[in-house]
Design a protein around this ligand. Structure first.
Ligand code: NAP
Ligand code: ZN
Length: 348
């Protein structure tokens, strides 16, 4: 047993507070990681507050983890002690179904095991995430991280990065295409960076006029304020791909109308309310709505290697663990540029 310190939510309405628990002993396929940084994803807030239902308490959120390997099991080949490792949204899956054997573990037919708030496959333990000092993970669900990048700014790649990279690759985004990203938050700003790096003309559709300068700095050509009907009308039928990275309830129809023939609305945002979508908005231009969940292990490593090669990291604000409740409130107000990252040194 490995004693660790963490911050946990104990109920949907209670603030996160210090919590101590034990990690499992290091098994032969396991890697023990001393966590350096953990990004703060809006999914952490959704789950800590039980907005998706079924939350398990006490909950230790956090699935954008970067740390130093401090122990490895006898079968581990990927790492040696002292290496830098990453852990994302999954820590297990069945490894045998059609999805798992096709490098699509995120679509495991038995359901992947989330890094927190999920039951382990071989025990009744509830997984606990990266708002903690250490984690023990099967090496299959870990990633190699280039030590050359700013490690705090790499952490958000483990969820926000892969969640936007994967659908843009799936939609075939490349030079000559017109792409829009809705919601310039943690996911959205990574979506802009990737779409720009793939050579597309990129626009940001936002509820926050104050983000225009940042959007342009990230490489966006157009900035569209979604409440401005005149601007929205100007872009009817304009885009090939729109990435929806919005955390709050909203309808799809308004955005679908901005797609041209065969346009794709790639949905990654996960608010709880069923969005309105009129059949006319998809039928008239053979448009499609496609959901996308993080990315598989192989694709996530590819994304990390792509980022290391192209020097792509997240725009971050580093906080101590003790600031997490304030960070959640600021995230809800859209007051983060563009990802909070917890420095776990504050808990050690
Ligand atoms: P975030 O940093 O809070 O960003 C969300 C953005 O949504 C905000 O910055 C804001 O951008 C926009 N927004 C907020 N309220 C809005 C409204 N009423 N209408 C339109 N836009 C609004 O959140 P995040 O961490 O990027 O996560 C975004 C969503 O993706 C969450 O629901 C999260 O759970 C989900 N997610 C999904 C996956 C997956 O695998 N599919 C993985 C991770 C996260 P503007 O200020 O520019 O409008
Ligand atoms: Zn996430």
């Amino acid at each position: 047993m490995i004693p660790v310190k963490s911050y946990a939510a104990t109920a949907p309405t209670s603030p996160l507070a210090p919590y101590e628990f034990n990690r499992r002993a290091v098994g032969e396929n396991d890697v023990q990681i001393d966590i350096l940084y953990c990004g703060v994803c809006h999914s952490d807030l959704h789950q800590a507050r039980d907005e998706w239902g079924g939350s398990q308490y006490p909950m230790v959120p956090g699935h954008e983890i970067v740390g130093k390997v401090i122990n490895v099991g006898s079968n581990v080949t990927k790492f040696k002690v002292g290496d830098i490792a990453g852990v994302g949204v999954m820590v297990d899956s069945c490894k045998t179904c059609k999805s798992c054997t096709s490098n699509l573990e995120q679509y495991c037919l038995e359901g992947f095991v989330g890094t927190y708030n999920n039951k382990e496959r071989n025990s009744n333990e509830i997984t606990k995430g990266g708002y903690s000092t250490q984690i023990v993970v099967d090496e299959y669900y870990t990633f190699k991280i280039s030590p050359n990048l700013n490690l705090a700014a790499v952490a958000p790649l483990l969820c926000a990065g892969i969640t936007t990279y994967s659908p843009l690759v799936y939609a075939g985004v490349k030079k000559g295409m017109k792409v829009a990203v809705i919601g310039l938050g943690g996911l959205g700003h990574m979506g802009v960076k990737f779409a720009v790096s793939f050579g597309a003309e990129v626009s940001v559709i936002s509820t926050s006029p104050s983000k225009e300068a940042d959007a342009k700095k990230l490489g966006a050509t157009h900035f569209i304020v979604s409440q401005d009907e005149h601007q929205m009308k100007q872009y009817q039928g304009y885009f090939d791909v729109i990435l929806d990275a919005v955390s709050a309830n909203h309808d799809y129809t308004t955005y679908l109308n901005l797609l041209g023939v065969d346009g794709k609305l790639m949905v990654v945002g996960l608010p709880t309310h069923p969005p309105a979508l009129t059949p006319f908005s998809i039928v008239t231009h053979r448009r499609s709505v496609i959901g996308s969940c993080i990315g598989g292990m192989k694709e996530t490593q590819e994304m990390l290697d792509y980022c290391a090669k192209h020097n792509i990291v997240s725009e971050i604000e580093v906080i101590p663990m003790q600031e997490i409740n304030n960070a959640y409130e600021r995230m809800l107000k859209g007051d983060v540029k563009y990802r909070f990252v917890i420095d776990l040194a504050s808990l050690k």
